[in-house]
Design a protein around this ligand. Structure first.
Ligand SMILES: O=C(O)[C@H](O)[C@@H](O)[C@H](O)[C@H](O)COP(=O)(O)O
Length: 267
C-alpha cells in the first residue's frame, strides 16, 4: 500500500511526495492556484514567507509556465519571521528570498515589505506590525472575521527538527503571545539569536497556511506535530498551527513523513 499522495488528516491535508522535485512542482501548482483565486476575489495576493530550505523549493514558481501565468503584479510579499540582521547579510531571510525567488519574477518592488534592519529587534517588530496595520487599512491584507488579526492569503512555513515554525521555538514564552501581531526574541536557539516573528494568532488567522517539511531530520518533529502523541510527549510549536477558518496543507517528502503513524511506503 503506497501512501505517497494526498491524505486528509483531521484538520489538515498531508501531501507526501516521492522526491523534492515532485514536491516543488506540486507546491508551485498549489500556490499558483491560490494566487489566481485570491486575485479574482480580492484583486491582490498577500503572502508571508519564512526562511530556510522552503525558499529553494519555490524555484519552480519562477519557471514556465508560472513565470508567465501568475499575476505577479498583484503579489505582496512579507515575512512571517525574519532574522534581525542587515538585508545584505548571509543570514537575512529577505536576501534569501530575493536571490532565490522574487528577483526572478516581476514582483513590484514597492509590494515587498521587509523589516527595518537598522533598529533593535523590539523596534523592528513594532515597526513591522505598524506596516501590516497600514496594509490592512488599505485592504491589501484582509482582516479576520473571528479575531482582530490580519488575514494573509497565504503564510508559508518551514519547520525545524525541534518543531519550531517561523521563530516560535519550543517552550518559549512568545508561544503564549495573544495581543501582538508581530513580536521579537533575542534568544533564538537557532542562530542568529535576534528575530522578529508573527505570533500564533496571526498565523492561525490566515486563509491558507502551508507547512513544508523535508528530510529525515524533520521526521520526529512531523510525527509529534501531526500524530496524536499524548500529553507526555513534547509539545512542538508546529502542532499549534491550526488555522481557525483557513486551510492547512503540509507538503512532505518521504523521509520527513517516514515516522507518521498509519503512513506506510511500498517500494
Ligand atoms: O528564519 C528561519 O530560521 C525560519 O523562518 C525557520 O522557521 C525555518 O523556516 C525553519 O527553521 C526551517 O528551516 P530549514 O528548512 O532550513 O531547516
Amino acid at each position: 500500500m503506497a501512501h505517497v499522495g494526498v491524505h486528509n488528516h483531521k484538520d489538515k491535508e498531508l501531501r507526501i511526495h516521492e522526491s523534492l522535485d515532485e514536491l516543488g512542482t506540486d507546491l508551485a501548482d498549489y500556490i499558483a492556484e491560490l494566487s489566481e483565486t485570491s486575485v479574482k476575489e480580492r484583486g491582490v495576493f498577500a503572502v508571508a514567507l519564512s526562511g530556510g530550505s522552503l525558499i529553494g523549493l519555490l524555484g519552480k514558481l519562477c519557471e514556465a509556465p508560472y513565470n508567465k501565468t501568475v499575476d505577479w503584479t498583484k503579489w505582496y510579499i512579507l515575512w512571517a519571521d525574519e532574522r534581525v540582521v542587515a538585508k545584505n547579510h548571509a543570514d537575512s531571510n529577505y536576501k534569501l528570498a530575493k536571490e532565490g525567488f522574487f528577483s526572478k519574477v516581476p514582483i513590484v518592488p514597492s509590494h515587498v515589505h521587509s523589516i527595518n534592519d537598522s533598529v533593535s529587534a523590539e523596534e523592528a517588530a513594532n515597526e513591522y506590525e505598524f506596516v501590516i496595520r497600514q496594509l490592512v487599512k488599505s485592504r491589501v491584507i484582509s482582516v479576520s472575521d473571528t479575531s482582530d488579526c490580519p488575514k494573509f492569503d497565504l503564510i508559508l512555513l518551514g519547520i525545524g527538527p525541534d518543531g519550531h515554525v517561523a521563530s516560535l521555538f519550543p517552550n518559549h514564552p512568545v508561544l503564549d503571545e495573544k495581543d501582538e501581531w508581530v513580536t521579537f526574541i533575542t534568544d533564538s536557539p537557532k542562530p542568529p539569536p535576534e528575530r522578529i516573528t508573527f505570533t500564533l494568532p496571526v498565523i492561525n488567522s490566515a486563509s491558507n497556511v502551508v507547512v513544508v517539511v523535508t528530510g529525515d531530520s524533520k521526521a520526529d518533529a512531523a510525527h509529534l506535530a501531526v500524530d496524536d502523541v499524548g500529553p507526555d510527549s513534547p509539545l512542538v510549536p508546529a502542532k499549534l498551527v491550526q488555522p481557525t477558518k483557513g486551510k492547512l496543507v503540509w507538503f512532505l517528502d518521504k523521509p520527513a513523513a517516514s515516522k507518521l503513524e498509519g503512513i506506510q511506503f511500498s517500494e
